[in-house]
Design a protein around this ligand. Structure first.
Ligand code: MN
Length: 726
């Protein structure tokens, strides 16, 4: 295992101003945190994060990255918390380690749910700091290097992920060395026979051709030197995996592969690159169609080089990659090299990591290469509109950006949404309306109630949540109307002196043109069905003497218009405070019953009192009992509302709450949220456990009033809500 001073020494080699104290503290902290934990190899667990840090020193990364690498498994595998890391190492390092913890969760979560391509997108979305990805790749590399200790079935899965996700990601980040090592390690475990075969063939070739590479390299160098080009020539054998891919892609045998050998020619200046190409092409025959100039047209990941293939010394086809030293460094280190050069080396040496701020944009810029179909541009934009969050069990939930915890709850399940009352985001209690961010872990707390507040409708951003909320509020309102309707129906039967039962009503359904008795109740509750019609549907002989037309028809009473229309047309007070009656003597005063006033949408009746005028009651008002034996005073009236101009109507409700601090506030604010006005609040004397509060309200109509009642009933502090019916 690498010693403490060795690691520090490695960092100091490229960054003489490294914070040694910080590195030493991280070393000791991580070692203690992992304690006696062991890896599959039997090594102390700490050897792993240490090796990951060591890999990252090869990329000359800043102190924060090296430290975060040492700590990268502490949150997940030890009792260490994010808060502790923030305290001991600062939020920058804490944030990096936290990012890695989220990525690991993703690893675990989305195995089956997410395609490799989506997975790569997710990695980019969740890592809001490119250094998190660099550490993740180094982590994966070390795990791949030690994969033989892992049990075989798990091995294949890890190797597959490496090949599909991490190696292409390294490629996209321009880190070719890392990419080919990951590919070759994965290849070895996924296709051991093929891998063995290629290794054996390469060995064979090497023994047959002896010092061919060295000979070709020497000749190349000699030719360039003669034309005055100073360069390094490096021979290289192609990686087994890239040989395999080429064999597969072109369906050819190993023997048919022509360019097993490649050479890199490294020069000082760009002009030297083109001169070297000239030398190569005038010295040896070039192979048609193999010349590519990635210097004038760099690849999307900023790779720059000139490629050409010539029939070189010994009639061997050799591929030449010609580039400057700077280009070579970028080709090998990719975005890590960018970090060095973007803002200049000084940024690193002052221990400041501002240079990394731009890295994310670089990754995004890297990500529009068609050939790999990796994050092509349009999809990327689409994708940036999304956030990815997790359930505590690691299930991935993708949501549009701006989504709240309520949307999350509905995305998990409709029932979870409907019963949601609170949530924890990343372990902290948070409001349900909180907007979620990438990587948030969300725990939804539910209640037994299955009715979401209607106000959520305007908060959520997902269609799924909105539809579910509307459905649930509709159901709740229906239940509300149903209960009200049943009361009205039962009263009507009582008043008519007839027997009522659900079974009897059932037989009368066809006459009411309804399919279920609940539909009848809802209809009555909404004022769509007149309760007398329900009585008549069961007892066709029933005559509604009190309210029927002929009973209040007498011309001699002086109510001419009334006799003709058998109806009062009643206007909303907002429109005309005098409440004139259409077609009647405009001088007849009309008013609402002082208690439990009627609101639009419900059936109403007018009671004519000689000398006083007409008083309007809701049909279910208990005050009407007093007029039971005065049929001549009853009038059928109906609403005639100006739909464009909503007016407010007075009504009263009685709310029983638990005797708790804040109960009144909760009730009042719930009423306020529905848009209803509170006119008067009166406390009624009650026992010690409850409080009875009368609210004089103003609402627009019966739906509005019912919504107020439904939402109040949903509040835990509310034990009972009743309408005061006068
Ligand atoms: Mn790890």
């Amino acid at each position: 295992m690498m010693r403490q001073y060795e690691l520090v020494e490695r960092v100091r080699r490229y960054n003489p101003n490294a914070d040694e104290d910080l590195l030493n503290r991280a070393y000791v902290f991580a070692m203690k945190a992992h304690g006696a934990q062991k890896r599959a190899s039997g090594d102390p667990y700490f050897s792993h994060p240490l090796e990951v840090a060591a890999i990252l020193t090869e990329f000359k990364l800043d102190d924060a990255t090296i430290v975060a690498a040492m700590l990268h498994d502490t949150i997940e595998d030890t009792p260490v918390t994010r808060e502790e890391l923030d305290r001991v190492f600062g939020v920058e390092i804490g944030g990096l380690v936290d990012g890695l913890t989220k990525l690991n969760k993703l690893d675990f979560a989305s195995k089956h749910a997410v395609q490799a391509e989506n997975f790569r997108k997710l990695l980019l979305a969740i890592a809001d700091d490119a250094r998190v990805l660099l550490i993740k790749l180094a982590d994966r590399l070390h795990n791949m290097r030690t994969l033989h200790y892992v049990p075989a079935p798990k091995r294949a899965r890890i190797a597959q992920d490496t090949l599909e996700i991490y190696a292409p990601l390294a490629g996209r980040m321009g880190m070719q060395g890392l990419r080919s090592e990951l590919e070759d390690l994965a290849f070895r475990y996924l296709m051991p026979e093929a891998h063995q075969l290629i290794i054996a063939r390469l060995e064979e070739l090497k023994s047959k051709n002896g010092a061919l590479i060295a000979r070709i390299a020497a000749e190349l160098k000699d030719q360039f030197a003669r034309r005055g080009i100073k360069c390094d020539v490096r021979g290289r054998e192609k990686q087994p995996y890239s040989i395999w891919r080429k064999m597969e892609r072109n369906s050819i045998a190993f023997e048919q592969l022509s360019d097993i050998y490649g050479f890199r020619i490294l020069v000082e200046k760009i002009e030297d690159c083109y001169e070297a190409v000239g030398v190569a092409h005038t010295t040896w025959p070039s192979v048609m169609g193999r010349f590519k100039d990635y210097i004038s047209t760099p690849k999307q990941n900023d790779y720059r080089s000139i490629h050409t293939t010539v029939v070189g010394p010994g009639l061997q086809r050799v591929e030449l990659q010609i580039r400057t030293y700077d280009m070579h460094e970028i080709a090998e280190y990719g975005i890590a090299a960018h970090a060095l050069y973007k803002d200049g080396r000084s940024a690193l040496h002052t221990g400041e990591s501002g240079a990394y701020r731009n890295l994310r944009q670089i990754i995004e810029a890297l990500s529009s290469d068609d050939s790999e179909k990796f994050l092509e541009h349009t999809k990327l934009e689409l994708f940036q509109d999304q956030v990815f969050c997790f359930t505590p069990k690691g299930r991935l939930i993708a949501l549009p950006s701006g989504a709240t915890a309520i949307d999350f709850a509905y995305a998990v399940h409709t029932d979870v949404g409907n019963s949601a009352v609170g949530c924890k985001i990343n372990g902290r209690l948070s409001p349900l309306i909180s907007v979620l961010r990438n990587g948030d872990e969300v725990l939804i707390a539910g209640s037994a109630s299955r009715t979401p507040p209607a106000a959520w409708d305007s908060i959520v951003v997902t269609g799924r949540a909105r539809a579910a909320i509307r459905r649930a509020t509709r159901e709740a309102a229906k239940a509300q109307f149903g209960g009200l309707g049943r009361q009205i129906v039962e009263r009507a039967f009582e008043r008519a002196g007839r027997k009522f039962s659900d079974a009897k009503l059932k037989t009368a359904l066809p006459r009411l043109a309804r399919h279920a008795i609940d539909d009848v109740f809802i209809g009555v509750g909404r004022g769509e069905i007149y309760s007398a019609d329900v009585v008549r549907a069961i007892y066709p002989d029933f005559q509604e003497e009190r309210r029927a037309g002929p009973a209040i028809a007498p011309n001699e009473s002086g109510w001419f218009g009334l006799a003709r229309a058998n109806q009062l047309v009643f206007r909303a007070p907002g429109k005309d405070p005098a409440l004139p009656l259409r077609g009647l003597d405009a001088d007849t005063p009309v008013r609402f019953a002082p208690k439990g006033g009627a609101v639009p949408g419900e059936r109403i009746v007018g009671i004519r009192t000689p000398g006083e005028g007409i008083t309007i009651y809701p049909i279910h008002s208990s005050a009407l009992i007093d007029f039971d034996d005065k049929p001549e005073q009853w009038l059928d009236v109906r609403w005639d509302l100006d739909q464009a101009k909503k007016s407010l109507f007075p009504t009263q409700i009685l709310v029983t709450t638990l005797n708790e601090p804040g109960a009144l506030g909760a009730v009042a604010s719930t009423i306020g949220e529905t848009g209803a006005n509170i006119d008067t609040v009166v406390f009624n004397p009650t026992g010690p456990d409850f409080r009875e509060i009368r609210f004089d309200l103003e609402v627009t109509d019966i739906q509005h009033l019912n919504a107020v009642i439904a939402q109040l009933r949903d509040k835990p502090v509310v034990s009972k809500v009743e309408r005061i019916s006068g």
